[in-house]
Ligand binder design. Structure first.
Ligand code: PMP
Length: 406
């Protein structure tokens, strides 16, 4: 066992001391959004209390302070993901926005008959933008099938790769099951086929510190709100050569060099992709969230969360008729399960009355549910501020719900 002072970490999160429906909150919906530590809340309050101003265009001091803080946050994100250049970090409104930005860009690079490859394990936000792009271009969308244990059928993937393949986009970690994909292998084989890779890191980023240069990945996307940051802000990392090739996604202020009715020219990176006044405060708070998580340390976070995962998995599997989906070896702290034929929504509603927050439903990953032929699951997802005591409370509540519903 290693030193992990969860009790003092919990004190950083004001929401964890509140009651819900008369019971102490047990927050196990971290895969949907994480909670926010005081340090991040303070960065938001500080911004609006002291230096709220528009960035990049003001000569006045407040504008300069806000610009500096925003650009410092970009550098924090750059360092965190080990990007080679700060202009390879594009602020977005989140993962969904980042994927749409890239899909829109590829629409002008692809032709009829080109192929792009997705996996059966994706969140809808890494499926639908590409389907829309295929409708515009005539490109073909191929799907890597999944296996019973929630992993990808890698042999089938190798068979899908061809000279026609232009882009492969898969998640680093599945939000529905928590399974970690073999991204190094995916990147290597895709590059051998001469295509690019986009990794959806929305679920990985809270648990795994991805090194985009070591991975040699072409695009990596994530959302701040799953990493102890605020909603409405996220990141697109793109290799410089790719970001230069892609056209802008949205037009407006900030993203131009010169504008006239005869001809407008675009700004360089990263501004080409950052039209309009951005989520300035959100970007700064994203930087504060990354600082906070790094101050705890991703290795410690991963080791502690793994203990929680093992503990909860073992306890839940003692419940008769309980089935966990996607029991692969490589998992982050997510447990997706059902009990017999009980509807997941009923379990979720009953345990909510006891102060426990879990997600129920298809988790925006309907193809995964279709694979298991189920309407949805109960998903409990843990973070480094959760405890074994909370898992005990949760398991007892699930048993109680089962008794009431059987
Ligand atoms: N991909 C995955 C794997 C996710 O878990 C999520 C969020 N549930 C998204 C994409 C979309 O992220 P956002 O809603 O923050 O844009």
């Amino acid at each position: 066992h290693f030193d992990f002072d969860v009790e003092s970490i919990r004190k950083d999160f004001p929401i964890l001391s509140r009651k819900v429906n008369g019971y102490p909150l047990v927050y196990f919906d971290n895969a949907a959004t994480s909670q926010t530590p005081q340090q991040v809340i303070d960065s938001i309050v500080d911004y609006y209390s002291r230096y709220n101003a528009n960035i990049h265009r003001g000569v006045h001091s407040l504008s300069q302070e806000a610009t500096d803080a925003y650009e410092q946050a970009r550098i924090k994100i750059q360092k965190h993901f080990n990007a080679a250049r700060s202009h390879e970090i594009i602020f977005t409104a989140g993962t969904t926005h980042a994927i749409n930005l890239v899909a829109n860009g590829f629409a002008s690079l692809l032709q009829k008959g080109d192929e792009i490859i997705v996996s059966a394990l994706e969140h809808h936000s890494n499926i639908v933008p590409w389907q829309m792009m295929c409708e515009r271009t005539g490109a073909l969308l191929k799907v890597i099938p999944m296996l019973e244990n929630g992993t990808l059928d890698m042999q089938a993937f190798y068979n899908l790769l061809s000279d026609q393949t232009k882009l492969v986009f898969v998640n680093h970690v599945s939000n529905a099951l928590g399974t970690v994909n073999p991204v190094e292998e995916i990147i290597e084989k895709t590059h051998e086929a001469g295509a690019a890779v986009l990794l959806d890191g929305a679920q990985a980023a809270p648990h795994i510190k991805a090194d985009v240069q070591a991975l040699d990945v072409d695009f990596y996307v994530a959302s701040a709100h799953k990493m102890c940051g605020p909603t409405g802000v996220g990141v697109l990392y793109g290799k410089e050569e790719w970001l230069k090739k892609l056209p802008p996604y949205q037009g407006g202020g900030e993203m131009i060099e010169t504008v006239s009715f005869e001809k407008t020219t675009y700004a360089g990176l990263p501004h080409k992709f950052e039209a309009g006044t951005p989520n300035i405060c959100g970007g700064i708070a994203f930087g504060a969230a990354i600082d906070y998580m790094n101050s705890i340390g991703f290795e410690k976070i991963a080791a502690y969360e793994h203990e929680l995962l093992e503990y909860a998995t073992q306890k839940l599997l003692e419940i008769e008729d309980l089935r966990i989906y996607g029991l692969s070896e490589e998992k982050t702290a997510v447990i997706s399960f059902n009990i017999g034929s009980i509807h997941p929504y009923d379990i979720g509603s009953i345990i909510d009355k006891l102060g426990i927050a879990v997600r129920t439903g298809h988790h925006c990953a309907q193809p995964v549910m279709d694979y298991y032929k189920i309407p949805g699951t109960v998903r409990a997802s843990f973070s480094f501020y959760n405890t074994k005591e909370e898992i005990d409370v949760f398991v007892e509540a699930v048993k109680r719900a089962k008794n009431m519903l059987s």
